[in-house]
Design a protein around this ligand. Structure first.
Ligand code: XMP
Length: 317
């Protein structure tokens, strides 16, 4: 019988045997998988695990600082790398969704490789790959059409020529959460909604600017906090806000406004492959609309996305 306790014990022994007194480098994303994987490796080899957490400027409001802090409290040997300007610079003027993904993926690998080279004598690359990623990357290379070129930390192994340490390779998401609970990882990590690797870049339709990121971070923070306060966060599988590339007319006091629209998205799902739009209470939506329009400068309209997947996708890009 599979139990988290037995899995942890066995996995820690395996990592010790594989790695010995060599060093491992690993990218953290703030998500469940990389966090649990890092803690398992850390349990096995301690400070011989070197973690890198990159700020691509496309994370949620205050997320980089908060998550970096939590990692440090967990005892991880982690370096935060501020690469915002690099990402904003290369994304300037780009509106095509697939181009954005490719740029972000490439820059991430560049930054990570550069940081890894600064560390001496690294022999292994740690990764939070889970079983569905293994299956997905097989089908991605098959003859099927690419709908969205997903990447988390994919692409790293081939380029880095290092051994791989992937303690979660045969686990499903719910098992990863159970393992995380077993080793004392905070519910704040374990209960988090999925968040795409390219982050807010694929929730800002069209061109990305630092101002638009800041605007969307504010709206997103109001919405996510609102979901938590109303006890709705755990009832939906994923939620977020999307900044639309249209401006429309509104009125504020006696002034005419001409500002952006934010779409709210919330879905129920089991695995993200199919999803239904969440039937959030009208009163909640009304309050979110009010709060966002009143508090976020540059937004004068809020809409709710009532499309399910398929035929829509969860993200808008
Ligand atoms: P879609 O939009 O395809 O999203 O219905 C399904 C799930 O995948 C996430 N997603 C991504 N995750 N890199 C990622 O790491 C990506 O490029 C990417 N695109 C979508 C999305 O947030 C949802 O959970």
């Amino acid at each position: 019988d599979w139990t988290p306790a037995a899995f942890v014990q066995e996995t820690v022994e395996k990592i010790k045997a594989q790695v010995g007194d060599k060093k491992v480098v690993m990218a953290l994303s703030g998500g469940v998988d990389s966090t649990v994987a890092a803690e398992l490796i850390h349990k096995a080899i301690g400070s011989n695990l070197y973690c890198i957490f990159v700020d691509n400027g496309l994370l949620r409001k205050d997320e980089f600082e908060t998550v970096l802090d939590s990692y440090k409290h967990m005892g991880l040997n982690v370096k935060g790398v501020n690469a915002k300007d690099l990402f904003y610079g290369e994304l300037a003027g780009v509106s095509d969704p697939e181009k954005k993904r490719k740029i972000i993926g490439r820059l991430f690998i560049e930054v990570f490789q550069q940081e890894a080279t600064l560390l001496q004598n690294i022999s292994f690359l740690g990764q939070g790959t889970i079983y569905p990623d293994v299956i997905e990357s097989v089908s991605v290379n098959g003859p099927s059409v690419t709908i969205k070129s997903h990447h988390n930390v994919g692409g790293l192994p081939e380029k880095m020529n290092m051994g791989l340490v992937e303690p979660l390779r045969f686990l499903f998401k719910d098992e990863v959460r159970r393992v995380g609970r077993e080793i004392g990882i905070s519910e704040i990590f374990l209960g988090r909604h999925p968040f795409p690797g390219p982050g807010l870049a694929i929730r800002i339709l069209g061109e990305i600017t630092a101002d638009k990121v800041a605007m969307l971070q504010e709206a997103d923070s109001i919405y996510i906090e609102g979901l938590r306060e109303h006890g709705l966060y755990d009832k939906v599988w994923q939620a977020g806000t999307i900044l639309l590339p249209v401006q429309s007319v509104g009125v504020m006091g006696d002034e005419r406004t001409y500002e952006f629209t934010v779409a709210l998205r919330a879905v129920t799902s089991v695995d993200g492959m199919t999803a239904d739009w969440a039937h959030l209470p009208y009163e909640f939506l009304a309050q979110m609309s009010n709060d966002i329009i009143n508090k976020v400068k540059g937004i004068n309209r809020v809409v709710y996305d009532i499309s399910s997947k398929p035929p829509a996708t969860i993200e808008w890009e």
